[in-house]
Design a protein around this ligand. Structure first.
Ligand SMILES: NC(=O)c1ccc[n+]([C@@H]2O[C@H](COP(=O)([O-])OP(=O)(O)OC[C@H]3O[C@@H](n4cnc5c(N)ncnc54)[C@H](OP(=O)(O)O)[C@@H]3O)[C@@H](O)[C@H]2O)c1
Length: 339
């Protein structure tokens, strides 16, 4: 109990030094806009929020934990004793994944299994953040329901899908099915660390716009359909999901879905996002060429065309999936650049 007599729940967020994890921490701390559902529960619960990181963790505000080491996972779970763990940490850059498949598997799959096993044995709700890249994204297939057949087209998607399977297996083995939840999200944008737009595959496009403005020829994909989703909205939904699952009785929880998907409904190609940034910044995009070539049918790895995720499973359990407006967010974000 806290001084205001509200029961305290404890949350642990992995990847709290990363793009998404930072916002998930803020959402649980109540520093982002609450929805009706979280507002109600916020009146009943206070959250003690702890984040873990690795190379960027300072050991004070963010705990330093190497998730690949089982003893470190056990130690942090013992010390923090959370009711919910949101697992954001992963190697999510496809080029880095291809350069280090073994290391990626250790983090994206084996560390996830270790966490899932430890959470299941302690009765901790685990929300595992996954990706739309578990689907093939072939034209005509989207929108994908949460139970649609998976078929990742690259190693990153394969390891994230194997992470999902590890979560399902470990919670099933422990007979705690209702506590192991997968949350798939598409490409994310939002607040990056100062000067690190490369943290997001959307924010990084600003660099391409500025390059084109400097007179360099830039080719930009105008084929694959993307649904950029704000990290604050995903953070809010993670908190609402935690509240929903933790406030449901054990028997009823078993009938809640095990796979959830969150996505914005706003569709853009990368070129269209660049065009929008150029308009907001008031700069020319004459040197940027819209590339509509799509996949080379002979290439060994086929890129997904459209992995649009259906949010039906979240809506069915009463979670608010509304998102902030992409254009308005970027107008606010880029205001400083225009003056
Ligand atoms: N970003 C997207 O567009 C996107 C799209 C779909 C799905 N997702 C999923 O969303 C989740 C979050 O992605 P993100 O973009 O926030 O990733 P990110 O910014 O690259 O952050 C990755 C996090 O993992 C931590 N980490 C790396 N190695 C670790 C280790 N050995 N032990 C403990 N922590 C370790 C990093 O810590 P340090 O930096 O301190 O080392 C960092 O906090 C991932 O699961 C990703 O697959 C992301």
């Amino acid at each position: 109990m806290t001084s205001n007599n509200k029961p305290t729940k404890t949350a642990l967020i992995t990847g709290a030094t990363g793009l998404l994890g930072r916002q998930v921490v803020k959402a649980f701390q109540g520093l982002s806009v609450p929805t009706e559902l979280s507002t109600k529960a916020s009146q009943e619960w206070t959250w003690d929020v702890n984040g873990t990181g690795f190379s960027r963790a300072d050991g004070v505000n963010v705990l330093k934990v190497d998730l690949e080491k089982e003893e470190e996972v056990e130690r942090v779970l013992g010390e923090v004793n959370p009711q919910v763990l949101v697992h954001c940490a992963a190697n999510r850059f496809p080029d880095k994944v291809d350069a280090d498949p073994e290391g990626t598997r250790l983090l994206n799959v084996e560390a996830t299994r270790t966490l899932a096993k430890a959470c299941a044995s302690r009765g901790i709700l685990l929300i595992y953040i996954s990706t739309d890249y578990v689907f093939s994204g072939k034209p005509g297939e989207a929108p994908y329901q949460a139970d649609a057949p998976t078929c990742p087209t690259n190693l990153y998607g394969v390891t994230k899908l194997d992470g999902e399977k590890a979560v399902m297996e470990e919670f099933s083995k422990a007979g705690k099915e209702g506590l192991g939840v997968v949350m798939r999200v598409p490409v994310l944008y939002g607040k990056t660390e100062e000067g690190r737009n490369e943290e997001s595959a959307v924010n990084v496009l600003l660099g391409a716009v500025l390059k084109a403005q400097e007179g360099k020829k830039v080719k930009m994909d105008h084929w694959a359909l993307r649904f950029p989703t704000n990290t604050e909205d995903v953070g809010r939904v993670c908190k609402d999901v935690a509240i929903k699952y933790l406030s449901t009785s054990e028997t009823e929880r078993a009938s809640l879905p095990r796979i959830l998907q969150m996505s914005s409904e706003e569709q853009y190609t990368k070129y269209e996002m660049c065009k929008l940034f150029a308009e907001i910044l008031g700069v020319s995009l004459d040197n940027m060429e819209a590339n509509t070539e799509g996949n080379d049918p002979n290439a060994s790895v086929q890129r997904p065309y459209d992995c649009h995720l259906s949010t039906k499973a979240l809506k069915d359990i009463g979670i608010d999936v509304s998102t902030q407006d992409f254009v308005s967010w970027w107008r606010r974000e880029l205001r400083a650049f225009r003056h």
